[in-house]
Design a protein around this ligand. Structure first.
Ligand code: EPU
Length: 431
């Protein structure tokens, strides 16, 4: 796995319809909170299966180690051992690397009664405040102060509370759930996020002995326990990775089967692909996209689950750049998740941006260009566009892809793509 300093590039010769089978990895966004949940143990081990090998997973592992956990990895399994109370001061070097580091806030507050967490700050897709996390924890009796860019949270004992989330934030739901499982009494989280990754966390916590009802309903009822127990936890398949490969099949007008998926997690995408005239066959836990024709343009609005995921908006934009007619994308989750649009324009995409709306005039072809990934999913969109474009595309700064896609270049090559990885981003740019 590469670090930012070692960021490289992907050179793609486009135009080959991708064909074959690809197996989906374990979910990044499910693995990260479940790893943080290990901190809720007094003593003992949590075993995780189907953990993806990704930069963000490594960052969370480094963070847990910095707090006193012992983390062992063996291929796609991970063991996190906790002995006694963890440290409660989180190192800013790790927290600033990844916003999901903030998921240790709830567990550390529950275990240690105090936490110092440098605020992760904004990122390429938006400002991403944590007000809902703080509001919920305050209702549970925590005192939250901001001091020199860090959150200082204290609570002698968290107490159950009725919490209504103004927006079903994924991270806030996860932090509050993890705090509530060790709080005194009952907590009700209303308007909770309903993403499959939340259900995975609920199942993980329940297997550790937590008492939680209402998974998938948007109202979570938690009865706090004195302590939790060791457990073995399975991470669900990564719906965003699976969808990215389905879209790679669609954009190259190929024939790809994605294995090991939970099709139900992708209902919104499947409905939109159907509307675009792209056939996807659902057989047991496999999805096959076989789409020789050009897609039809359509309207997409990103929404909390079960709506269309913001994490697929950039990849969908790449596909719609090649659709027949005009498409419209409304991004309602993040305020600036359109940085990939200007890079797609370098490849001939016709995209107009008006606030959080993108109007895409579909073209019959895209042309290879030198483009820059600015974030994980935006980077994936550029790779998809490069796979479909005429000629050569170079996507720089592909360390963003390593945060969320395990061996993306290798997987694409196995599907017949002409892709090669280059290591020295800076040198390549100068040539
Ligand atoms: N928000 C607030 N206040 C809060 C929390 C969130 O205003 O206290 C806003 C955010 O600024 C954003 C919106 O609510 O505009 C959604 O944020 P949410 O908290 O739901 O997202 P998150 O927990 O920060 C997770 C995923 C993201 C994914 C979003 C939305 C993880 C580790 N990250 O982020 O995944 O886009 O939910 O589904 O689970 C990715 O994988 O590429 C990625 C960015």
């Amino acid at each position: 796995m590469k670090t930012n300093q070692e960021s490289g590039f992907l050179k793609i010769k486009g135009g080959t319809p991708l064909k074959g089978k690809v197996k989906v990895q374990g979910s990044k966004n499910a693995a990260l909170p479940v790893m943080a949940a290990a901190l809720l143990l007094d003593n003992g081990e949590v075993h995780l299966r189907n953990v993806p090998k990704l930069l963000d997973v490594q960052t969370m592992s480094d963070l847990l180690v910095s707090l006193g956990a012992v983390v062992k990895r063996d291929d796609h399994t991970m063991t996190i051992e906790i002995e006694g109370e963890p440290a409660w001061e989180t190192p800013s070097s790790l927290v600033r690397k990844m916003r999901a580091s903030s998921l240790v806030l709830g567990p550390l507050l529950a275990r240690c009664g105090r936490v110092i967490l440098p605020l992760p700050g904004g990122c390429a897709i938006g400002s991403r405040p944590m007000d809902l996390h703080f509001k919920g924890l305050s209702k549970m009796g925590a005192q939250i102060e901001l001091d020199k860019g860090a959150v200082i949270a204290r609570a002698d004992k968290l107490v159950g509370a009725r919490i209504y989330l103004d927006f079903p934030s994924v991270g806030a739901t996860e932090n509050l759930l993890m705090a509530a499982v060790l709080a005194k009494g009952e907590t009700l989280i209303e308007n909770a996020a309903r993403e499959p990754e939340i259900d995975n966390l609920v199942r993980a916590l329940k297997s550790m002995g937590a008492a939680i009802e209402g998974e998938g309903t948007g109202i979570l009822r938690v009865r706090g326990q004195k302590e939790l127990n060791p457990a073995t936890i399975d991470i669900i398949p990564d719906r965003i990775e699976a969808a990215t490969y389905l879209l790679a099949g669609a954009i190259t007008r190929g024939d790809i089967t994605v294995k090991g998926v939970v099709a139900e997690h992708l209902n919104a995408l499947l409905a939109k692909l159907d509307e675009a005239g792209i056939e996807v066959i659902n057989k047991e836990n496999e999805l096959r996209v076989n789409s020789p024709a050009r897609p039809r343009g359509l309207t997409v609005k990103t929404m909390p689950y079960p709506g269309f995921s913001t994490d697929l908006q950039p990849q969908m934009m790449a596909l719609l750049s090649l659709a027949e007619g005009t498409s419209v994308i409304y991004e309602t989750i993040f305020e600036s998740r359109f940085l990939h649009a200007s890079e797609l324009q370098k490849m001939g995409a016709q995209i107009e941006l008006q606030g959080n709306t993108a109007i895409i005039h579909g073209q019959s072809s895209l042309i290879g260009a030198e483009v820059y990934a600015t974030d994980l999913r935006g980077g994936a969109a550029l790779v998809l566009a490069g796979l479909a474009a005429e000629g050569e595309t170079v996507v720089y700064d592909v360390h963003h892809l390593d945060r969320g896609y395990e061996n993306m270049a290798e997987k694409l090559i196995l599907l017949g793509a002409e892709v090669c990885e280059g290591k020295d981003n800076i040198k390549a740019r100068k040539q």
